[in-house]
Design a protein around this ligand. Structure first.
Ligand SMILES: Nc1ncnc2c1ncn2[C@@H]1O[C@H](COP(=O)(O)OP(=O)(O)OP(=O)(O)O)[C@@H](O)[C@H]1O
Length: 130
């Protein structure tokens, strides 16, 4: 069985683009608790997006999924999700998905800029390069 170890969220919905928010998952169960608007649904949306590549249906094709640049006082924000998991064969893999939301003259432009899977060297813990 494959298992989810950790997830990093930056610049998605209310998650700050400047802070690395890391969620560690526990066995056999992880409870996600928090007040209204704390980000529980966002965590589930990020898990689903990492695993399937599907943006949430209520996100206007990603436009409302990335942290709003206006909230950050910027013209552009970058969003990133990194999911570290163990495959059924016991290999450590990181899935990285990155997005960008830019305020253009009259509209916001959403772009998916990266979607990669990286394996981790089991002896050193390092991601192979290139
Ligand atoms: N694009 C965005 N940019 C900045 N903040 C956003 C964006 N989209 C949503 N938010 C904020 O993110 C929060 C929503 O978080 P989320 O729905 O994950 O919380 P929750 O813990 O599931 O809340 P509830 O318990 O009410 O369901 C709200 O405060 C909302 O204003």
């Amino acid at each position: 069985m494959s298992t989810v170890d950790k997830m990093l969220i930056k610049g998605i919905r209310s998650f700050d683009p400047e802070n690395k928010n890391v969620i560690t998952f526990f066995k056999p169960l992880t409870l996600i608790v928090g007040s209204n608007g704390a980000g529980k649904t966002t965590i589930i949306e990020c898990l689903k997006l990492s695993c399937t590549g599907e943006l949430p249906p209520n996100s206007r094709s990603g436009h409302t999924f990335v942290h709003d640049p206006k909230v950050a006082g910027e013209t552009e924000t970058k969003g990133q999700i990194k999911l570290r998991f163990k495959t059924a064969a016991g290999k450590d893999v990181v899935c990285i998905r990155s997005f960008q939301l830019t305020q253009k003259a009259s509209k916001m432009e959403f772009k998916a800029i990266e979607s990669v899977l990286q394996t981790i060297n089991p002896h050193t813990g390092e991601v192979p390069f290139p």
